[in-house]
Design a protein around this ligand. Structure first.
Ligand SMILES: [Zn+2]
Ligand SMILES: [Zn+2]
Ligand SMILES: [Zn+2]
Length: 766
């Protein structure tokens, strides 16, 4: 037997270490090694004091680093010699609140298997209780108002624990030790069912009442983790159609929730990676390919090969889905473009006339958070909306940066705050175009600033002068440094940041709308970029957008603009099918294009996709952003390998290459006149875009020697384009970087803005 010297050590642990069962783990591990001392939550993480033989302290340290609970995410451990105080036992001390708040807050976590088992056990005291949770699961970010993560700083502060819950909470051996939302039917939150006018329905069990209504084809607004959902039976066509009619959401796909993977397989294909995503404790909406079954009502996701699917993530969802539903539509409870509703009263007011009843509860939601949306493309996870389950986990940066606030753009807005090497990209805020969303934008900035304790030294925002987010930035008098950032530079910088690149890179930014440095609307830009700046090396030759924003809502206008660019006035004689329904508007629109009346120029790839969608008869008008381009992608014939010609012309005045669309458009018109299958035309067009972007990229590579290529912008949500570009560039021995942490769309933009501001603050120049 060897005897080790007694000693003491102090350990500071940072990361996601609060509210994830870390202190019970520390307590149990200390007891296992018979060590004395204490553990406490601080505003910077967790502090551990250990006393005992040195070899056992080392064994403890090893266990700490390698065997922490699954939700713990350690970013830093600092250990230093301590003073032996003669502690008689190992204890958990009250939290210490200090001035520096550097701890990371856990995202919301889906209900764990143990809690589900308890909830389904008729002998358990929480049988059928929809607010069951433990340190391994439950709400976090959505109920936290301040740090440290203790009950008084959460929306559970008004619920006083009963003796039995308190005993669990106080017992380090219990799974609910310091589980802040711990509750039971005696002391915790409760459900209420109210009718469409907000009157409580007291003669029925709220849960069973809501289930009965949905079984009868009615629509129920259900209060969830980060906001309300509007729910109905996804197999009931009448119910789904009624929801569309009432919500005035004609065609945008609805997400569905099914009880388990077996039910999902009844209507969708699921590969192993998608299975893992669906089952992960994040429980995002995953876009899955539909199968041929037509099991769900067609109107759930019309004209779409994909369907957004999630598994239950709260105990309440589990209870509802266990009562015989194969799939429920679960769409955000909001009207038009307003943020998702979180308050019970607001739900009844704002969703009046949409929901037949409201299943509410009395645990407040402090921070609204939409469901995250993920698509698995080319072997990687691609977030389309990064929100619940991900936020507020930071994106870890390669270098430390000054404190920055980045305000994002307009649509799919997020904001970003930086602290050291952490970039906190907020939850999805939405389209900051109206007052409620603008207020939510401001609330999120204030809340996140408080939680991570950051006072920004610089504020970054989109170059577009009219965005509300840009106006907000310019109005902030307490931040001296203000930096407008070009939209596509920010896209490329976001992708560089998450891939830990410093540049220079060849950045291919493809999307719908971004304000260019020349005052035109950019959207297909090949840049040589680093964080300090960029040169625009190639672009899509711009064409007019007749009517400005109206041309986004009505793709036929863009189709006409493309035709005019190629055929001039003679384009009306082409008599293409898409012209038929808009015949009477054509001369007026031609006049606008010709005379450039309210027709800003755009080099947007999104608008070119819209044009081709209209030309091929996919649709003349859209009811949600990106609809025409998405449907064009959905109908592409995968077997087609042909492409159209394209033309790249050096523009001496602008020192770059302009990609001319003329041969593409005339090729498509020729195919239309020869009655070529539209699925073939769609795929030929996709192939052409991949080839032309690859060509310009290779030319820039030959001239500059840069072999790192970054793909960003909303167009890279298109799986044919993304997969094709990765294949084609990789075959040409270039290294390709894509988004896997933040969205390629404008949801990732704030991260890029922050990185460009960091470079600006560091005084780098290109
Ligand atoms: Zn649990
Ligand atoms: Zn209780
Ligand atoms: Zn964009």
């Amino acid at each position: 037997m060897t005897f080790s010297k007694p000693g003491a050590t102090d350990i500071e642990v940072s990361g996601i270490v609060q509210g994830v069962g870390f202190r019970p783990f520390i307590h149990q591990t200390a007891r296992q090694f018979d060590l004395k001392g204490s553990v406490t939550n601080t505003s910077t993480g967790v502090r551990i004091h250990l006393e005992g033989p040195i070899d056992r302290i080392e064994a403890f340290y090893h266990a700490l680093k390698h065997h922490s609970p699954p939700l713990v995410h350690i970013t830093r451990i600092h250990q230093e010699p301590g003073i032996v105080a003669g502690d008689p036992d190992f204890s958990i001390l009250p939290s210490i609140r200090n001035d520096h708040r550097r701890t990371l807050i856990s995202p919301d976590v889906s209900v764990c298997d143990e809690c589900v088992q308890e909830m389904m056990d008729p002998n358990d005291r929480r049988f059928g209780y929809p607010f069951i949770n433990c340190t391994n699961c439950g709400p976090r970010y959505t109920i936290i108002d301040d740090v440290p993560y203790d009950r008084p700083n959460t929306s559970m502060k008004t619920f006083v624990m009963c003796d039995r819950c308190q005993a669990e909470y106080d017992n380090p051996q219990n799974r609910r030790f310091h589980a802040q939302p711990n509750a039971c039917p005696t002391c915790g939150p409760h459900l209420t069912l109210v009718d469409g006018d907000g009157n409580p329905l007291t003669d029925t069990d709220p849960l069973q009442g809501a289930i009965n209504l949905m079984n009868a084809g009615q629509i129920v607004a259900i209060k969830g983790l980060g906001g309300f959902h509007l729910a109905c039976d996804a197999k009931n066509k009448n119910a789904v159609d009624t929801l569309r009619f009432r919500k005035r959401r004609e065609e945008k796909p609805f997400a569905v929730m099914s009880p388990d993977l077996n039910h999902v397989r009844q209507y969708a294909r699921v590969n192993p990676e998608e299975e893992t995503l669906l089952l992960s404790h994040i429980r995002p909406i995953v876009l899955l390919q539909k199968n041929e079954s037509r099991f769900l009502a067609d109107s759930v996701a019309p004209n779409n090969r994909f369907i957004g699917v999630m598994l239950p993530y709260t105990p309440l969802h589990c209870l509802i889905l266990s009562k015989g539903f194969s799939a429920l539509v679960m769409t955000s409870g909001n009207i038009s473009d307003a943020p998702i509703v979180i308050e019970n009263d607001d739900a009844v007011n704002h969703l009046y006339g949409i929901a037949d009843a409201f299943l509410v509860h009395d645990r407040p939601i402090y921070l609204r958070t939409d469901d995250s949306v993920i698509r698995h493309i080319a072997g990687h996870v691609h977030p389309l909306r990064r929100s619940r389950g991900y936020v507020p986990m930071p994106v870890f940066l390669k270098h430390k940066v000054p404190p920055i606030l980045a305000c994002g753009a307009e649509i799919k807005n997020t904001i970003c705050l930086t602290r050291g090497n952490e970039a906190f990209v907020s939850q999805h805020i939405g389209d900051v175009e109206n007052l409620p969303t603008f207020e939510y934008f401001q609330f999120t900035i204030a809340h996140l600033k408080r939680l991570i304790d950051v006072t920004p030294e610089v504020i970054a925002f989109d170059l577009h002068p009219d965005y509300l987010s840009s106006r907000y930035a310019r109005m902030q008098t307490d931040i001296a440094e203000k930096l407008p950032v070009q939209h596509h530079h920010a896209h490329i910088a976001a992708c560089m940041a998450e891939n830990h690149l410093d540049g220079p890179v060849i950045g291919i930014a493809c999307d719908g709308t971004g304000y260019g440095t020349d005052g035109t609307i950019w959207g297909c830009e090949i840049l040589i970029a680093d964080f300090a700046g960029f040169t625009r090396s190639a672009w899509l030759d711009p064409i007019p957008m007749p009517g400005g924003a109206a041309a986004i809502r009505e793709p036929w206008r863009m189709a006409l603009s493309c035709l005019y660019a190629v055929f001039g006035n003679g384009c009306l004689d082409l008599n293409l099918p898409f012209m038929e329904p808009v015949q009477k508007h054509l001369p007026f629109m031609m006049n606008m294009i010709e005379k450039r009346i309210n027709s800003p120029l755009t080099s947007s790839l999104g608008r070119l996709f819209d044009s081709v969608a209209a030309l091929t008869g996919v649709r003349n008008t859209i009811s949600f952003e990106g609809q025409a381009a998405m449907e064009l992608e959905m109908m592409a014939d995968d077997a087609c390998t042909q492409r159209y010609d394209y033309d790249i012309k050096f523009d001496a005045a602008r020192s770059g290459d302009a990609i001319r669309i003329h041969p593409i458009i005339s090729g498509i018109v020729r195919d239309l006149r020869h009655d070529i299958d539209k699925r073939v035309i769609s795929r030929k067009f996709h192939n052409t875009v991949i080839d032309m972007l690859t060509d310009v990229c290779l030319k820039i590579h030959r001239q500059s020697g840069i072999d790192q290529v970054v793909l960003s912008g909303g167009s890279f949500q298109n799986s044919i384009l993304l997969t094709g570009m990765i294949e084609s560039l990789t075959q040409n021995r270039l290294t390709v970087h894509t988004h896997t942490r933040v969205p390629a769309n404008d949801g990732g933009l704030s991260l890029g803005q922050a990185m460009i501001a960091a470079s600006y603050m560091n005084g780098q120049t290109i």
